[in-house]
Write a protein that binds this ligand. Structure first.
Ligand code: NAD
Length: 366
């Protein structure tokens, strides 16, 4: 029996509530698919500050090191928002984990599920056939980490600068992730840059072109970032895998999130070269929903699905989880965020039960 050890970090706000529903899915997987998923829970973010005085305590980091992957909830909230930047729940835990485990590849699917078309701000004629995009974003380099960066604000002078630097190797490894993913999907990669203005983008484009030679079955095209955002709004269906630098990926993945309907549906994976990953919902701790049993647990459940897919190649289980979610939505079950102008929603624990039940009763195809 395959054994998988996961460090579970529920965090703050709705994190523990949506994680509770994900445990139901893990239980079904262990019983039905004969996989042994072992979970160990650790504090992270605000709750860790309260209990240990730091957002990423040593025993949490050690627990992650001793696991095969991390399932992360969400962190942050009013109580901790005035702490110094480096001690904040997000910067002090999530960003540190990404750096510590060298999680350079961020993978974010953006799917418009059947039945949720009315949630997208796009017109029906644009989205009537849905879309299924994967945004592959370089996560540990580029403008957000490039040095030097400086801000000087004094009476005489006020200036600030950042550096967007990419090494060829960084571009190569993220490109390979994108091309490999495309091979298993619709065999199309769109690489985003601003090579008409930026040197780092020109290196990006040339490197992606070189890598593409090893993937003759995958169609590659390039778009400037400004045009890419317009194209996502105009015709999202044209995209399969979108490959981006850190900064452009930040913009593109949020644009894709916006047109998908609800942030409560969007999972995210950040992986390294050894298939170790941190899997989390794209949204935050949603303080206004906390404790009300109203949060949508689907993004968290889909994060587990990504974990099984990308870290363990258990695609058949991931497919079954995704099928159970599609069935739930298709049959009209909706959490609060998925309903417009109606009180006809169900609660977090109810939708968790329904998905778990559909998964349990569904097929068991390898
Ligand atoms: P947020 O994502 O928590 O909330 C934005 C909106 O999305 C809110 O209307 C919220 O109700 C809704 N939402 C988010 N997740 C949902 C879900 N599962 N189901 C239904 N609705 C959902 O972002 P915010 O309001 O900007 O931030 C709130 C807190 O979360 C802050 O402290 C912020 O620092 C933190 N945050 C954490 C992460 C993370 O842990 N990765 C990411 C973003 C924000």
């Amino acid at each position: 029996m395959k054994k998988i050890k996961i460090a579970v970090l529920p965090g703050d706000g709705i994190g523990p509530e949506v994680m509770k529903e994900t445990y139901k899915i893990i239980e079904v997987i262990n019983n039905k698919f004969k996989i042994n998923i072992e979970t160990n829970e650790y504090d992270v973010g605000g709750i860790a500050i309260d209990n240990y005085g730091t957002p990423l305590p040593k025993n949490t980091l050690k627990g992650c090191e001793n696991s095969d992957s991390i399932l992360f909830g969400s962190v942050g909230g009013e109580k901790w928002k005035n702490l110094p930047f480096k001690q904040q729940p997000e910067t002090g835990s999530l960003l540190k984990l990404r750096k510590y485990f060298n999680l350079f590849a961020n993978i974010r699917p953006a799917i418009l599920y059947k039945g949720l078309e009315n949630l997208s701000p796009l017109k029906n004629n644009i989205i009537k056939n849905g879309f299924d995009i994967i945004c592959v974003r370089e996560l540990t380099g580029g403008l957000y980490y490039g040095k030097p960066k400086k801000k000087k604000f004094n009476v005489i002078n006020k200036y600030a600068y950042d550096t967007k630097i990419y090494y060829q190797k960084e571009i190569e490894r993220i490109s390979i992730i994108a091309f490999e993913l495309a091979l298993k999907r619709n065999k199309k990669v769109t690489s985003i840059d601003k090579s008409n203005v930026l040197n780092s983008s020109l290196l990006w484009k040339n490197t992606v072109n070189a890598i593409s030679k090893k993937y003759p079955k995958v169609q590659l095209n390039h778009l400037y970032i400004d045009n890419a955002v317009m194209q996502i709004i105009n015709n999202p269906k044209q995209f399969d895998v979108i490959l981006c630098s850190n900064l452009f990926g930040d913009i593109i993945s949020d644009s894709c999130a916006m047109i998908s309907g609800s942030i409560g549906m969007l999972p995210s994976a950040s992986i390294n070269n050894n298939n170790f990953g941190l899997y989390e919902p794209s949204g935050g701790s949603a303080p206004e929903l906390t404790g009300k049993n109203m949060a949508n647990p689907i993004a968290q459940i889909l994060s587990l699905s990504l974990l099984l897919r990308y870290s363990f190649k258990l695609n058949y289980i991931a497919n079954n989880i995704e099928k159970a979610i599609k069935k739930t939505l298709y049959q009209g079950y909706r959490t609060f965020d998925l309903i417009k102008n109606s009180n006809n929603y169900i609660y977090t624990n109810q939708i968790g039960d329904i998905i778990a039940n559909f998964l349990y009763k569904g097929e068991n195809n390898e």
